[in-house]
Design a binder for this molecule. Structure first.
Ligand SMILES: NC(=O)c1ccc[n+]([C@@H]2O[C@H](COP(=O)([O-])OP(=O)(O)OC[C@H]3O[C@@H](n4cnc5c(N)ncnc54)[C@H](OP(=O)(O)O)[C@@H]3O)[C@@H](O)[C@H]2O)c1
Length: 318
């Protein structure tokens, strides 16, 4: 089968570390399913893998990709990206993505535990369905489990063009929340308004009313603004740090306003099923920036590193 993988990571040039070539068809233990994949999508996590972060002992070649949709036993499925599959009530902190353990999805085939397969929402294309697993699940947990966002509530989403950010925008809109976003790019702010953002601001701009929840995937470049924009008793939820891992926190503001800061990572299998149900019920369609052939995965990695995409960077696999 053909696959996109990494053997020699590069800390300085992750796109150059992408290899596309022929590999043996994957095999898995009893109870695992061999899935014919139709589309996959990239995440910042793939860039970390290409840079050599998140390597597991004993794995010397990593097929990239934690997002995939395909067909198993005549059924169209989307793949829950976490291993082991985590049910409600169990922390997801100890779990890793399929690709971390040598079961990446940017390939014509993959083997995954059968419980990781969930029926594909019928209204979605393959690329849209493949956009859901990592970024959309992460956004779902951030908004509704950690942020406790409700209809009529308000959310500020930093870095509107990102995969997690566009997911958060569409999920929050569908849930009936008031949505504010920031983006560095005027064009992306316009796109966010078209998707239903009530207000699209430049990074750092004052919000008219402090919000209930902030979704911050950007890190140091936006975190102070997230603190300034959260109402008393509100919450900031972070799942990542595209601009670095260390931020300064004004403790006076934190305790005086009783702001909560939550870390969040992907989501449970139960949340994944709930996400797919929500997407089906509200007929939400993920924003797909672009779809390329497997041979052009390197181009998608370059776009992700440059940060100039809007929505998910997808790959057609057959
Ligand atoms: N913990 C988890 O389970 C989990 C899951 C998914 C993702 N993540 C993490 O979440 C982060 C976002 O992931 P993603 O896949 O959504 O990435 P992405 O698609 O590349 O989006 C990142 C966004 O951050 C904004 N940004 C980048 N550099 C910036 C800067 N210097 N100043 C201001 N904004 C900047 C950009 O938005 P604008 O161009 O619109 O400003 C960009 O679109 C990553 O760190 C990733 O590792 C974690």
């Amino acid at each position: 089968m053909r696959a996109a993988y990494v053997e020699q990571p590069s800390a300085t040039d992750p796109a150059a570390a992408v290899v596309v070539g022929e590999l043996d068809a994957p095999a898995g233990p009893d109870g695992w399913a061999q899935v014919d994949l139709y589309a996959g999508a990239l995440n910042m996590h793939d860039v970390w893998m290409l840079r050599g972060v998140a390597q597991q002992p004993g794995v010397d070649r990593y097929v990239l990709g934690s997002d995939g949709a395909g067909r198993y036993d005549g059924t169209d499925v989307v793949i829950y990206p976490v291993l082991p599959a985590t049910e409600s009530g169990r922390t997801v902190g100890h779990a890793t993505l399929l690709s971390d353990q040598g079961h990446g999805l940017l390939a014509e085939q993959a083997v995954v535990p059968r419980e990781n397969l969930v029926a594909k929402p019928a209204h979605l294309s393959w690329a849209e369905a493949a956009s859901l697993p990592t970024a959309w699940l992460t956004a779902y947990r951030m908004l509704f489990t950690k942020g406790d966002l409700r209809a009529g509530g308000s959310v500020l989403i930093q870095g509107a063009g990102g995969g997690v950010a566009t997911a958060a925008l569409l999920l929050a809109r569908a849930a009936g929340a008031n949505v504010l976003v920031t983006s560095r790019s005027a064009e992306k702010r316009d796109r966010a308004r078209e998707l239903g953002a009530d207000l699209a601001l430049e990074p750092g701009a004052r919000v008219p009313d402090l919000v209930d929840v902030v979704v911050d995937t950007v890190g140091p470049a936006t975190f102070e603004h997230s603190m300034m924009s959260t109402r008393a008793g509100g919450a900031i939820v972070t799942c990542g740090a595209s601009t670095g891992f260390v931020v300064e926190v004004n403790l006076a503001r934190l305790f005086a306003r009783e702001i909560s800061i939550h870390g969040s990572t992907t989501g449970t299998l139960e949340e994944f099923r709930a996400l797919l149900g929500f997407v089906g019920k509200h007929q939400v369609r993920p924003v797909v920036d672009s779809v390329v052939d497997l041979d052009d995965v390197r181009r998608q990695v370059e776009r992700m590193v440059a940060g100039d995409g809007f929505g998910k960077l997808c790959v057609q696999l057959r």
